[in-house]
Design a binder for this molecule. Structure first.
Ligand SMILES: Nc1ncnc2c1ncn2[C@@H]1O[C@H](COP(=O)(O)OP(=O)(O)OP(=O)(O)O)[C@@H](O)[C@H]1O
Ligand SMILES: O=c1[nH]c(=O)c2[nH+]cn([C@@H]3O[C@H](COP(=O)(O)O)[C@@H](O)[C@H]3O)c2[nH]1
Ligand SMILES: NC(=O)CC[C@H](N)C(=O)O
Ligand SMILES: [Mg+2]
Length: 512
């Protein structure tokens, strides 16, 4: 690979992947490694620059994660972000870090008084996002203070001679309004990187990695009809051709008409063999009487793997399972060392402990909008690339409490009306997800002078960039009225429609 590489050393920060993603957006290659890799490995990577990420630990405590001191002798630019800056200050001669009297969390005004290239084209006062309890008390030799906030004297520091920079705030998050400019300045004015890497290169690298991983072995791919698995299978197919077979599982938790539509679209558009598995009864049996959300997720995750195992057995000599897992699935499932489990995504935290098949996940570190870009580069049809996400556990996590056929029917009918109305209003692509939720309660209504006692349907529609955060969509009133009318009139068991106006956080997109 002949592009400039930016090496990110990870100290367990929540946003380490976001740093990598910002760099990819500038068409520069980046690679994330654990903070403690050896100097020899670093030299092998031969980075054009190193970024030290944030992290939950405190450098003031014994046993805090460190880094090989040799990086400071490589004569390449280094940027430390938050914990990374504190570590730099502690390791370099003369620097002192201590616990601050007060932490600084959230938005802050950064006052810049120097900075040359790193703060080029940025106003001297700009909003940044902070999340720290420690601060740099004394600068290491050769450094100067280049910015401050009300609470933090050294909010940024630089050694212009050696091109070492420390930022106490997080340039990678959107709340740091000029964060992208700062990273851009670092990459192109300081590192002088070439913007020569792109998604096509990503695809080629993945193809090579997949070939190395699977060799001549046979591979199956869980194909759901969603964009992630469509893109994952397309990449794997490019890599290994007819070693790949796709498996589409109908677990009885799909939406109205979905099984048919997926079989048609992929049967026609993809020249990859597709096996359809009718697993409706077995999933519903396993879910019968179960109401706890995490329990449902685990059951579904496990049953998926059983189905994949059985299909693999039939095909013989299959050792690998491709999944369209993306980074938000991993983070929410508590899949990185420090992250908490919000919900066990069936394809990550919901997997059984023992697995026969080895996973192949070419999109593991990407965010959804990047997956869509790859889908476009690969020339996948627009209806696949721009399909709204639909969770693997399907309608089971949109029915609060017990799942049964009667409830599935109600939810399917209500959901189909929402899909149709959103499409007719021309909003399908613009909205991240729009769907119905069926809660486990009923209320009183009056229809045709009769008392009704029926279920409400919760309408959920959100805007998002990457599913990590989301806001409820400001749907036009006429559209909401039309959805409400149609659902109450056409879905017999429903007598009320409500709209969910909660963002994420504090809510999540799905209800379970
Ligand atoms: N019904 C299914 N049959 C086979 N595999 C599935 C099914 N549902 C989900 N999977 C597998 O689980 C992975 C994760 O599901 P997820 O819903 O996150 O992705 P997706 O369906 O590919 O895309 P999207 O998020 O846009 O719906 C899929 O990429 C796929 O590999
Ligand atoms: O494949 C999946 N398996 C799952 O178990 C799962 N749970 C949530 N989702 C989808 O992930 C995104 C974030 O969802 P939440 O805000 O509800 O956590 C949203 O797009 C959800 O639809 C899932 N996808
Ligand atoms: N976000 C961070 O990297 C925090 C660094 C360190 N844990 C602090 O509180 O100062
Ligand atoms: Mg899906």
């Amino acid at each position: 690979m002949e592009y400039d590489k930016i090496l990110i050393l990870d100290f367990g920060g929540q946003y380490s992947q976001l740093i990598a993603r910002r760099i990819r957006e500038f068409n520069v290659y980046s690679v994330i490694k654990a903070h403690n890799i050896s100097l020899a490995e670093i030299k092998e990577i031969d980075p054009a620059a190193i970024i030290l990420s944030g992290g939950p630990d405190s450098v003031t405590l014994a046993g805090a994660p460190g880094v090989n001191q040799g990086i400071f002798e490589l004569q390449i630019p280094i940027m430390g972000i938050c914990y990374g800056m504190q570590l730099m200050a502690q390791l370099l001669e003369g620097g002192v870090v201590e616990k601050a009297e007060h932490g600084e969390y959230g938005k802050a005004n950064l006052e810049i008084f120097s900075g040359r290239e790193i703060f080029k084209d940025i106003d001297s006062n700009t909003q940044v996002w902070m999340s720290h309890g420690d601060h740099v008390k004394q600068l290491p030799d050769g450094f100067e203070r280049i910015a401050q906030t009300d609470l933090t004297e050294t909010a940024a520091m630089a050694d212009f001679e050696r091109d070492f920079y420390g930022l106490q705030f997080h340039p990678e998050v959107n709340h740091t309004l000029e964060g992208k400019t700062m990273l851009h300045n670092f990459l192109f004015k300081i590192v002088k990187a070439q913007a020569s890497w792109n998604m096509a290169d990503y695809i080629n690298e993945e193809i090579e990695a997949i070939r190395n991983q699977v060799g001549k072995g046979k591979v199956i791919c869980g194909l759901s009809g969603g964009v992630d698995s469509a893109v994952a299978s397309a990449i794997v197919h490019k890599a290994i051709g007819d070693q790949l077979t796709c498996i589409f599982v109908d677990h009885g938790l799909l939406r109205k008409g979905e099984a048919k539509q997926v079989r048609r679209t992929f049967g026609e558009e993809f020249n990859i063999p597709l096996i359809y598995v009718d697993a409706r009864e077995r999933f519903l049996d396993k879910l019968s009487g179960v109401s706890e959300p995490e329990e449902k997720r685990k059951i579904i995750g496990e049953e998926f793997i059983k189905v994949f195992d059985e299909e693999a057995e039939k095909l013989e000599n299959v050792r690998y399972l491709v999944q369209g897992t993306i980074y938000s699935d991993v983070i929410e499932s508590g899949g990185t060392e420090k992250s908490a489990t919000i919900k066990s995504h069936h394809n990550v935290g919901g997997l059984p402990d023992e697995m026969n098949l080895e996973l192949v996940e070419p999109l593991h570190f990407l965010f959804k909008d990047e997956v869509r870009k790859i889908g476009e580069v690969l020339g996948l049809p627009e209806e696949i690339v721009w399909r709204q996400p639909f969770p693997g556990p399907g309608l089971a996590i949109r029915i609060i409490g017990n799942v049964d056929k009667a409830k599935l029917n109600i939810l399917r009918n209500a959901d189909a009306i929402i899909q149709e109305e959103i499409r007719d209003a021309g909003l399908y692509k613009e909205i991240w997800q729009s769907f119905a939720v069926l809660p486990d309660l009923r209320s009183v209504g009056v229809m045709g002078d009769e008392r009704t006692y029926g279920y409400p349907i919760i309408l959920r529609a959100v805007n998002s960039d990457d599913a990590m955060t989301a806001d409820w969509a400001r749907l036009p009133y006429e559209l909401m009225q039309s959805i409400s009318n149609r659902i109450v009139n056409q879905v017999a068991e429903v007598n009320r429609v409500v709209y969910d106006i909660t963002s994420k956080p504090p809510g999540t997109i799905e209800w379970e």
